[in-house]
Design a protein around this ligand. Structure first.
Ligand code: ATP
Length: 210
């Protein structure tokens, strides 16, 4: 099984790495690919360049051999629709289950995603708790969960896609928004993201004028 972790990663932080590590270990993933988007469909555009976001991800994932970077959305023009990436990934990995990792805030808005029902047919969703985000999905998403939810890891392996699995992880109250705000207010960010990413932000003067 492989994992895909999509996001803006503006910047990548310990909240991302926390759920990525738990997902990789608990579900014995072969690889987990961080897939930064170019143009987020659901929020305003990123605050720093795609190259900077990519460089920060590379610094953050360097010491975990199971982690890798997938740049397909950065290389594509137009809005970074997850469905387009999942179609391609299913061609690239025809024999693998694809697990798409999301936080609770993303589950709550799932049925606003472009072609969301096809998304749920092209991957398993792995959903993580996120501080400040309660389980509050739409009726459409609840209907999907009613038939897709499983707590059986074997079922994720034996089905190529279509399941929803709630991963139990410790939670970390970190968001990229919070980090960007701290930077502009000259508050500390050192306990919110890996040291190498902190250094990269300082060296490249990122986010100070956000
Ligand atoms: P922003 O604050 O700019 O909206 P973000 O911190 O939510 O950014 P994203 O890159 O947009 O980060 O998130 C990508 C994915 O990671 C989303 O599915 C989101 O729910 C999840 N995620 C981000 N931070 C956490 C966290 N602390 N705990 C659990 N999931 C998280």
């Amino acid at each position: 099984m492989i994992g895909i972790f999509g996001g803006t990663f503006d910047p990548i932080h310990l909240g991302h790495l926390n759920i990525a590590e738990h997902c990789t270990k608990q579900l014995s993933l072969e690889k987990l690919y961080f897939m930064p988007c170019a143009t987020p469909p659901h929020k305003s555009s990123a605050n720093v360049s795609a190259d900077d976001r990519k460089n920060m991800i590379n610094l953050a994932i360097k010491y975990n051999k199971k982690f890798d970077l997938d740049t397909r959305e950065l290389n594509r023009t137009g809005a970074s629709y997850t469905i387009l990436s999942l179609r391609e990934l299913n061609v690239k990995f025809p024999d693998q289950s694809i697990l798409f990792l999301i936080g609770m805030d993303s589950l709550n808005t799932l049925d606003t995603w472009y072609h969301w029902q096809e998304i749920t047919q092209l991957c398993h969703l792995v959903i993580c708790q996120r501080p400040g985000q309660t389980f509050n999905p739409s009726v459409n998403t609840l209907n999907y969960l009613a038939q897709a939810k499983t707590s059986n890891i074997e079922s994720l392996k034996s089905h190529k896609a279509g399941k929803a699995y709630f991963l139990k992880t410790p939670t970390l109250d970190v968001s990229s928004t919070n980090i960007r705000e701290n930077i502009t207010q000259f508050d500390s960010i050192t306990n919110l993201l890996p040291k190498a990413v902190c250094q990269y932000i300082a060296q490249n003067n990122l986010y100070f004028s956000a």
